[in-house]
Design a protein around this ligand. Structure first.
Ligand SMILES: Nc1ncnc2c1ncn2[C@@H]1O[C@H](COP(=O)(O)OP(=O)(O)OP(=O)(O)O)[C@@H](O)[C@H]1O
Ligand SMILES: [Mg+2]
Length: 246
């Protein structure tokens, strides 16, 4: 559960507020997508929930505990995969488990199972420099998902990938979400992607306020070309167009 209560935030040395009395409640296990034009505060919100930034006023509570710094229960996935270049795929994926003190045999078993689930088993002993961008992002996702974090904060994670790879990773993510039941906040610029993934979609105004939200009733897995998904996408496109011109 993520609870953001009357949050106010501006960056140091600027007076322009990014958030003024911003509130948001995300129940445990919900998959929320956030859309909004560049600069409206999407990344800033994720960084505040991740604990990389501190609010000026208001509070953020995750699973009952106030956020006051980064924590293992909140994992962040960035647009660019950030892997350790000197570690193999398997060692990258096992890195967090080692840091948590898991034994060697258990790490090998967990990592192998995760790599197999994500179609990465044959790359276990390769280094990141030998992988394509899409594979690196899949390894970055595996590295986080293996920790089964209750909260996943995802900032345009698949936007730099080609369409087939992006769709494959969206489906990997949905499968894992349905298994692990994580609470997910997923930032994207794609109305199509939001309508495919999310249970609830929020659209931010340039001011950082929520100007539109909708619940997507269709169950998962969804039909990418289904009428309901296309109707949601169309509505979002209209909201985004109107927000840009108002
Ligand atoms: N480190 C920083 N210092 C000062 N201002 C910043 C900093 N990072 C972001 N901002 C400002 O805060 C506002 C929100 O930025 P943010 O990166 O959260 O937007 P965004 O919605 O993620 O945009 P995009 O879609 O381009 O990623 C913008 O006006 C931006 O210029
Ligand atoms: Mg951003």
């Amino acid at each position: 559960m993520i609870y953001v209560d009357t949050l106010c935030f501006h960056y140091p040395h600027t007076q322009r507020p990014v958030f003024v009395d911003f509130s948001l409640h995300v129940p445990a296990g919900e998959f929320v997508c956030i859309l909004g034009q560049s600069g409206c505060g999407k990344t800033t919100l994720l960084h505040l929930i991740a604990g990389f930034l501190a609010p000026i006023a208001g509070r953020i509570v995750v699973n009952g505990l106030p956020v006051c710094g980064a924590g293992p229960e909140r994992a962040m996935i960035f647009q660019e995969a950030t892997l350790f270049p000197w570690l193999t795929v398997a060692d990258n994926v096992g890195f967090g488990l080692r840091a948590q003190g898991m034994g060697k045999a258990a790490i090998t078993q967990t990592v192998t199972a995760q790599l197999e689930r994500m179609g990465l088993a044959e790359y276990a002993h390769r280094y990141p420099c030998h992988l394509s961008g899409g594979m690196r992002q899949r390894v970055a996702l595996a590295r986080v998902l293996v920790l089964e974090p209750p909260v996943l904060l995802m900032d345009e994670p698949f936007s730099a990938l080609d369409i087939p790879t992006r769709e494959r990773l969206q489906d990997d993510l949905l499968t894992l979400w349905m298994t692990q039941g994580n609470t997910i906040i997923y930032v994207t610029h794609s109305a199509e992607e939001a309508a495919y993934l999310a249970g609830r979609i929020l659209v931010f105004a340039p001011s950082g306020a929520i100007i539109h939200q909708e619940q997507v009733c269709a169950s998962w897995p969804r039909d990418r070309l289904g009428a309901e998904r296309l109707a949601v996408e169309q509505r979002l496109r209209t909201v985004l167009r109107n927000a840009a011109t108002s």
